[in-house]
Design a protein around this ligand. Structure first.
Ligand code: FPP
Length: 249
């Protein structure tokens, strides 16, 4: 059981008695609907969502979560209207500039999963800098999924492994679950235990397809910009009630 570092802020839920997930994934969904409800442009929803992302990341670190993976931009999100994509890229840039300092106090290790080569050069540099500056910290690992798709990740792994087999570096018999996991962006990390999807949608949306084989999904009827620390607590309570059998009985 993972240990808590501090008491949750506002939910009144005592998490210290619960079985904490080691790795949480979050599909940060509902920004557009949140903005629409307020008569605002979709980009305003993403700006509000970015603030919530920062708050929830810090909270996860404070309560002792070891790995947090957030879905910020999928391989499919490029098909959105160009003004929305541009607004998101601007948001990522300003956020990643601040993030260089932001997570220092929490000792958070920042990693990016996905194909960063599709992003503008200055954004790629900021991603590289964030990883380099945080890599020796000893706190929670934060994976930010950007231009990430679970299928794309698996295709890449298959190609890498095929190369190894073709050049006789491995035999076909050596291909197993572990080898595939070792060729994913999340190599070396435990699979997610809990995946939270706010905004009420019941879809995986190509998020951590391989890694989520035995994850518990908690769908919450709340839009991401409205998500609070107490909602994370509620998801953990729900997770702790589930009996995980990993295919056994
Ligand atoms: C999905 O909501 C959300 C996104 C595609 C963007 C998520 C990005 C953030 C929360 C910004 C913060 C991230 C970082 C790293 C700064 P949606 O637009 O699909 O919402 P809808 O389903 O209501 O339309």
């Amino acid at each position: 059981m993972a240990l808590f570092k501090s008491k949750p802020k506002d939910s009144g839920i005592d998490l210290s008695e619960l079985n904490l997930p080691v790795h949480i994934g979050i599909i940060m969904d509902g920004n557009g609907r949140w903005a629409k409800k307020r008569g605002l442009p979709r980009s305003a929803g993403h700006t509000a969502g970015a603030q919530v992302f920062r708050k929830i990341t810090r909270y996860c670190s404070n309560i002792g979560i070891k790995y947090l993976t957030v879905y910020a931009f999928s391989t499919e999100n490029w098909t959105r209207p160009s003004d929305e994509v541009s607004a998101l890229l601007r948001l990522f840039k300003s956020y990643l500039q601040e993030a260089l300092d932001d997570f220092r106090d929490d000792s958070i290790v920042v990693k990016f999963i996905g194909d960063r080569s599709a992003f503008p050069k200055e954004l790629i540099e900021l991603m590289d800098d964030n990883e380099a500056i945080s890599k020796d910290r000893d706190g929670m690992v934060l994976n930010i999924a950007m231009n990430y798709g679970g299928r794309d990740e698996i295709v890449r792994a298959v190609k890498e492994i095929s190369q190894l087999a073709t050049s006789d570096d491995i035999s076909i018999e050596e291909i197993n679950d572990q080898l595939i996991s070792d060729h994913l962006y999340t190599r070396g990390q435990p699979d997610p235990d809990l995946i939270i999807r706010p905004s009420g949608e019941h879809r995986t949306s190509n998020f951590l397809l391989w890694q989520s084989a035995y994850a518990e999904y908690v769908i919450m009827d709340i839009l991401w910009p409205d998500f609070k620390e107490s909602d994370l607590d509620r998801a953990i309570v729900e997770y702790s009630k589930r009996s995980r059998r990993f295919g056994g009985v």
